[in-house]
Design a protein around this ligand. Structure first.
Ligand code: HSE
Length: 307
């Protein structure tokens, strides 16, 4: 038996739609795998999913990721039983589907002694995540697997790089109790970006990366402004701009939608007031009759781990 843990992640980090992501320490998903004498890949148990996730291997993000890995290893005759223990809320924008796929491939890689590196496991975890999101984008899978802040130069060749993590960078996530399907949040996006927004977003994304590399919090703060995706998706989250305003007034470097939402993330230099800012943001949601949870974390540097 092998157990692996994969952490939550913030896709996009505002300015890097589909091409940037970062991992936080908690929450995350656990996957346990065992060899079986019965041929085939099976999901035998899921907890924490409120009975909502499919047990069919091909429709389950962990199941599909393992299927693709086993095919790659040419071990189709093998029998594997998979347990998925979800601690990440579904449809939250916190990389729930990615975390299950990531933990599954890490556990199976160990169980079978396949010896693949984390980078080599990326395509299989992405194939699993694609079952839920409807497209291949590694901005949740890469940070959950590799840890840190990841930049995806290309989603198809897995040209993926870890960026510098400035000391003292803290992450706040406020997760309101509403669900948004990634596929729907993608479907509302316009096909075309006006050139003015394209210029600003390119400058912001590049400057955000530079700010990280130089440990320049002021530059990170100026750069963390999503002028393309956030204006289109904000309507999906009641009170989004009010919640964002609370974070910014309290000194957040930036605040935007985590992945496809509805979770909202904010980055901070230092963690002295982060918890209080989160509580203030929760009050805004409460005024909209929406309950919420908050998570405070440094950037997770390890990514997925064996337990
Ligand atoms: N980059 C993705 C999106 C993350 O925003 O649609 C969610 O899977």
């Amino acid at each position: 038996m092998v157990k692996a843990y994969a952490p939550a992640s913030i896709g996009n980090i505002g300015v890097g739609f589909d091409v940037m992501g970062l991992a936080i320490d908690q929450p995350g998903d656990d996957v346990i795998v065992r060899k079986s004498d019965n041929k085939g890949i099976r999901i035998t148990l899921m907890t924490g999913d409120e009975g909502k996730l499919p047990y069919e291997t091909e429709k389950n993000t962990a199941g599909m990721a393992v299927l693709r890995l086993v095919e790659h290893l040419d071990l189709q005759g093998i029998g594997l039983d998979i347990e998925v223990h979800k601690h990440l809320p579904l449809g939250s924008g916190m990389g729930s589907s990615a975390a299950s796929a990531v933990a599954a491939v890490v556990a199976v890689n160990e169980l079978l002694g396949a010896g693949l590196s984390k980078h080599e496991l990326l395509p299989f975890a992405c194939a699993g995540e694609a079952v839920a999101s409807g497209s291949v984008h590694a901005d949740n899978v890469a940070p959950s697997l590799l840890g840190g802040i990841t930049l995806i130069r290309d989603n198809y060749t897995y040209d993926i790089h870890n960026l510098n993590i400035p000391a003292g960078l803290y992450v706040l996530i406020v997760h309101p109790a509403i669900k948004i399907l990634t596929s729907e949040a993608r479907a509302i996006l316009k096909e075309h970006v006006p050139i003015k927004q394209f210029i600003q977003q390119t400058a912001n994304a590049a400057s955000f990366v530079l700010g990280l590399q130089k440990n320049d919090f002021a530059l990170i703060g100026r750069a963390l402004r999503d002028v393309v995706i956030e204006p289109q998706r904000a309507q999906l989250i009641p009170g989004f701009y009010e919640v964002q305003a609370v974070a910014m007034a309290a000194g957040a470097l930036g605040c935007s939608i985590s992945g496809a939402g509805p979770a909202i993330f904010a980055l901070f230099e230092g963690n002295s007031s982060v918890q209080e800012v989160g509580t203030a943001m929760q009050k805004v949601f409460a005024a909209h009759n929406i309950s919420s949870n908050i998570y405070v974390s440094p950037v997770n540097e390890k990514g997925a781990v064996l337990c």
